[in-house]
Design a protein around this ligand. Structure first.
Ligand SMILES: [Zn+2]
Length: 482
């Protein structure tokens, strides 16, 4: 489970699937393979200290992926990513090159070269863009909308002074008026020098390297640089302008910024994908997806975050579902099991997979049932999103809700507030398919080193896995529910 809301995304409404099924509850053979004692044995391996929290990326995460692959191969699953069980995506690491990044000023008072991390700072590592920008400087006062419009900003740099007002609003005004970027000065009259402290972390991060996955279609906001000048940077700017104070900034000062990032490594990350091909010549082209993230947050300050519930529980529950399918034999429709990585970093693995899904040629994804943190809290406590009240409510979530009492969950609670917090969101948004998310709630060990396997209710994990299996079996009629 991802810690914070990334962004609020409008839910995608499930397409209407047409007329109603006449499904019975189906043949449940194979379900007896889903057993709490087996799940416990798997979980004590998967969430052991030796796995060091399965961070993305880490050597232990690669071991976890190979453990899953070995088990799936033994069970007779088909590789779910072409010829491989591993869907690979790249993690690129880029850092600001201080040798080739600087902010240069030239004006009536001479030229000055400002040093990144000493004379100027950025407020977010997102602002560490690549490029070369130059242009005249325009002093904007408080950078109001009117001031920005009046300043003939296209191709120029706006300058404002930090006085506690919203820099975000000023940057937006300057950007809308066509400025190349915004320079925020330290107020020379204040005697204070707050930026080196305020932006120390983001600057260090930009220098040491920021990792982000190469995910193609993800929309990126246009880069609008905002640079904060420390006391020394502000003094240098005034010196280049040949001015003793801000009033003298009116004309003749040009600014040039060179910002260069270098890539220092690229790591391959893996989702584990296993296909259970259907038996019906027509229906096997319809693929039911079940997903769980297998990563956790690794080691912090020397403490191992085992992630037994988050998401050892869902990962091992999914493996138990694989065992049940193997015992059962093919269903009429195909089933794709996907263990994704990078969930804790920002739903990376599901974003990458759903942008280039490895579905066999001629097949299409029908739905995704995602399980994340299913082994804690009261035995009958289980949450779902979307609920009936959620705009993305769909036939899958209604079916899960209808079947849940059969496994000891008489009434599913709402996980609607977690809609954007786990991988189902990417399946909904990118594949435009109905999704459902099962989750047994947060607890005092959530994202702590104390989320250990001894605290997991493996009987509960088994019952959630059995509920998922019942859903799969129930979806074998000629038509899907509506
Ligand atoms: Zn988590």
């Amino acid at each position: 489970m991802l810690t914070t809301f990334l962004l609020l995304v409008a839910p995608v409404l499930a397409p209407n699937q047409g007329p109603i099924p006449s499904n019975g509850e189906g043949d449940l053979s194979g379900i007896e393979e889903i057993r709490a004692d087996r799940i416990r044995a798997d979980l004590f391996f998967f969430a052991d200290d030796a796995m060091r929290g399965r961070d993305t990326p880490s050597p232990e995460q690669r071991i976890a992926a190979r453990y899953l692959r070995a088990r799936l191969e033994r069970l007779g699953f088909t590789p779910g990513a072409g010829a491989s069980f591993f869907f690979e995506y790249a993690l690129a690491r880029k850092k600001v090159d201080p040798e080739r990044s600087f902010l240069g000023l030239s004006g009536p008072g001479g030229t000055e070269r400002l040093v990144f991390g000493e004379d100027y700072f950025i407020s977010s590592s997102r602002y560490a863009g690549d490029g070369s920008f130059s242009g005249p400087v325009r002093f904007l006062g408080e950078a109001s909308k009117e001031a920005c419009e009046a300043a003939s900003l296209p191709g120029a740099w706006g300058v404002t002074v930090d006085d506690g007002g919203s820099i975000l609003r000023r940057a937006r005004n300057a950007e809308r008026s066509g400025a190349s970027g915004l320079i925020v000065l330290t107020d020379p009259a204040s005697g204070l020098d707050p930026f080196p402290v305020r932006f120390r972390k983001t600057t260090e991060l930009a220098k040491s390297g920021v990792s982000s996955p190469r995910i193609g279609a993800r929309s990126k906001r246009a880069f609008f640089p905002v640079y904060y000048l420390s006391k020394t940077g502000t003094e240098a700017l005034l010196a280049a302008a040949g001015s003793a104070d801000l009033a003298g900034l009116a004309s003749g000062l040009d600014l040039r910024v060179e910002s260069e990032q270098v890539g220092d490594e690229e790591t391959v990350l893996e989702d584990v994908c296993a296909l259970w091909p259907g038996s019906d010549p027509r229906l096997r082209d319809e693929v039911l997806i079940v997903s769980a993230h297998y990563d956790h947050v690794g080691v912090r300050d020397g403490e191992i975050y085992n992630g037994a519930d988050d998401n050892g529980s869902g990962s091992m529950g999914l493996l138990a579902i694989a065992e049940a399918l193997a015992a059962r034999g093919p269903l009429r429709r195909s089933v794709m099991l996907v263990w994704v990585s990078g969930e804790e970093k920002g739903l990376w693995g599901s974003a990458a997979w759903t942008e280039a899904p490895t579905l066999p040629a001629g097949t299409q994804a029908i739905c995704d049932l995602n399980i994340d943190m299913i082994g804690r809290n009261a035995p009958d406590h289980l949450l779902i999103t979307p609920t009936r009240d959620h705009p993305a409510s769909n036939w899958l979530s209604r079916l899960v809700t209808r079947l849940s009492p059969l496994e000891g969950f008489p009434r599913l609670g709402s996980a609607d507030e977690y809609w954007a917090r786990s991988d189902h969101m990417n399946f909904s948004q990118n594949l435009k398919i109905p999704v459902a998310f099962l989750f047994s709630g947060e607890h005092e060990d959530y994202h702590r080193p104390t989320d250990t396997p001894d605290k997991i209710d493996c009987d509960k994990v088994a019952r959630v896995a059995r509920l998922v299996f019942r859903v799969l079996v129930n979806l074998q009629g000629d038509t899907l529910p509506s």
